[in-house]
Design a protein around this ligand. Structure first.
Ligand code: ARG
Length: 560
């Protein structure tokens, strides 16, 4: 039920469109003031009258009914009270009926969104810096799908560049197939580091690396086989993490995929007179727009990161005909994306306006000096493993008889990492703390998961709430249902602002409202009718929290 719409329909105000009235209606911060309010100062210019007079006149002519039980004028505001019994009953009925699809919508029907996220670099360690792009991007995929959009999740692999020539040289000199199969990414990192050490002494290694990179590009068989090996090893390794985090992709078309797709784009840039020569290199001059030039080709004719991104954007438009194309990439690349979007605009692509850089802040560890298997970088896998292990220890200590401890520790541990990364506005830098994300108090995943487990335990004990009616209502019950009713709107806002943290915050708010209700109201021991109603609330909270966590890629548990 859209109460705002209902109120707007009922109010007949001369000289104002229904849509306009609709847009003026607010939800007051304090429920004592009413459930909805129309601030009449917004009308006084149009109606040429004072807010107090407008509010009084409107209140006098308003006809109350079964849905809106009260309408009063207070200090130039028109305050509405909805029939709360009706509202509560219809909200719970809706949730119980819709279940796993509660909160979803079809506003995206017929529209496609491309989401470029995670976009890891081949043969490089998957470190904590990739956490945000991976979990924000994945959550956005799930959110947009929930709203009916067709989503194309793209892992724009960093699989192009002279570093692959270096790896081939290093592999041939200091490694072997067996060593790579066994040592995996750690072995690739080892030989890559060794290459750099050796190259300071023997600079000719760099030339050799460049030669090999050229061979990859030219399609040489042996070089490409090695390149494919490095890629396979990397993807197999990161796939374990993707599985843990419930992350998946529709396309792994990375930078090298665009090798044969750049020439036509460069040609188009030339034809449109956008290319300038600068000391042998080809650039697009962006001075007029207050930006440094966008480098398209180096003086030796080789392409750049930006060249491949231009080709990728054109390819995505041609292939998927997206309505929006999102890039979930750290704010360090703000300039790159501004340049990219500007170049596409200058090329006359009307869809350049549909490209969005979804920027996010940095993640660092509280104990920055934590040692890892790879020297300076903090591996994401280590962080997740350590969180799972700590979760396991807590379970072992508090609830050793719990069945499926390992499975629960995995859900709690990975959930804590994801939730920790999605808890705040995405642009903020975050400092990751194991103790904080695993705490049962405060704004954490275990707190929300524990609330879900509490619902399960109640429902398992008391049985289902087949039918219920709402005859009376206390404030704790009402506050929970009010939170429940907001979910769909929150999901929509999260998609509009590209901000999964709105869902994280919502889950915390709902859990808090439920726990207050749980403490203040008897459920299992309440009289029959009240009990059925309160179980209906409990089940609706379980459903809605599960839906919210699922959108974030977090699993729930029945016990913990
Ligand atoms: N691989 C790049 C990095 O790690 C991110 C790529 C982002 N996507 C893009 N289309 N540029 O910095």
């Amino acid at each position: 039920m859209d109460y705002k719409k209902y109120i707007a329909e009922k109010l007949n105000i001369d000289g104002l469109e229904k849509e306009q009235v609709y847009s003026f209606i607010e939800v007051p911060p304090n429920t004592d003031m009413g459930d909805y309010a129309l601030p009449c100062f917004k009308l006084s210019k149009i109606l040429r009258s004072s807010p107090v007079v407008i509010a009084t006149n409107l209140a006098n002519s308003f006809e109350k009914d079964d849905i809106i039980s009260d309408c009063t004028a207070v200090n130039g505001y028109l305050n509405f009270k909805v029939n709360r019994l009706n509202f509560v009953k219809s909200t719970l009925d809706k949730i119980l009926f819709e279940g796993a699809s509660y909160g979803s919508a079809n506003i995206g029907e017929g529209k496609t969104v491309c989401i470029d996220y995670s976009s890891i670099n081949i043969a490089k360690p998957f470190h904590i810096g990739h956490l945000s792009t991976t979990v924000i991007g994945s959550a956005l995929c799930k959110i947009f799908r929930f709203l009916g959009y067709k989503v194309v999740g793209i892992n724009h692999l960093g699989d192009y560049g002279t570093q692959f020539g270096k790896l081939i040289v290093a592999y041939k000199k200091w490694s072997s197939l067996e060593a790579v199969e066994k040592g995996r990414l750690a072995e690739l990192t080892r030989i890559y580091v060794k290459f750099h050490d050796e190259a300071t002494k023997f600079p000719e290694l760099e030339d050799e690396a460049r030669r090999y990179f050229k061979l990859i590009e030219e399609g040489d068989k042996e070089s490409n086989e090695l390149f494919t090996l490095f890629k396979r090893i990397t993807l197999e390794e990161v796939d374990k993490i993707y599985k843990l985090l419930n992350v998946s992709f529709d396309s792994y078309a990375g930078e090298s995929f665009y090798n044969d797709k750049m020439a036509p784009v460069v040609e188009e840039l030339k034809e449109k007179g956008l290319i300038k020569n600068s000391e042998g290199a080809s650039i697009v001059d962006l001075e007029e727009y207050g930006m440094p030039p966008c480098l398209i080709l180096k003086s030796d004719g080789s392409s750049l990161y930006a060249t491949r991104d231009i080709a990728a954007a054109v390819y995505r438009k041609n292939t998927y005909d997206f309505d929006k194309c999102l890039y979930v990439v750290a704010y360090q690349q703000n300039l790159h994306f501004k340049q990219l979007f500007k170049v596409l605009e200058l090329m006359g692509k009307p869809w350049a306006k549909d490209m969005v850089h979804v920027a996010y802040g940095m993640v660092s560890l509280e104990d920055g000096a934590m040692s890892t298997r790879h020297g300076k970088v903090v591996l994401l896998e280590d962080v997740i493993d350590k969180t799972i292990e700590k979760a396991y220890n807590v379970i072992q200590e508090k609830n050793p008889a719990l069945p499926d401890k390992e499975k629960i520790a995995r859900a709690v541990g990975t959930g804590a990492v994801i939730f920790g990364a999605l808890c705040n506005n995405k642009i903020k830098d975050i400092v990751f703390s194991y103790d904080r994300v695993l705490s049962f108090e405060g704004e954490t995943c275990p707190y929300v998961q524990y609330t879900v487990a509490r619902c399960y335990s109640l429902l398992n004990k008391c049985g289902d709430c087949a039918s219920f009616s709402v005859n009376e209502l206390n404030v704790d019950e009402y506050e929970v249902v009010k939170e429940l009713s907001r979910f769909g709107e929150v999901v929509r806002q999260a998609s509009e602002k590209y901000e999964p943290s709105l869902i994280t915050r919502y889950a915390l708010d709902l859990a808090t409202a439920f726990n207050k209700f749980y403490i203040n109201c008897k459920i299992a021991t309440a009289p029959e009718g009240t009990r059925a109603f309160r179980l209906a609330i409990t089940k609706s909270v379980k459903t809605t929290l599960t839906n919210a966590l699922t959108l974030l890629g977090i699993e729930t548990v029945e016990q913990m």
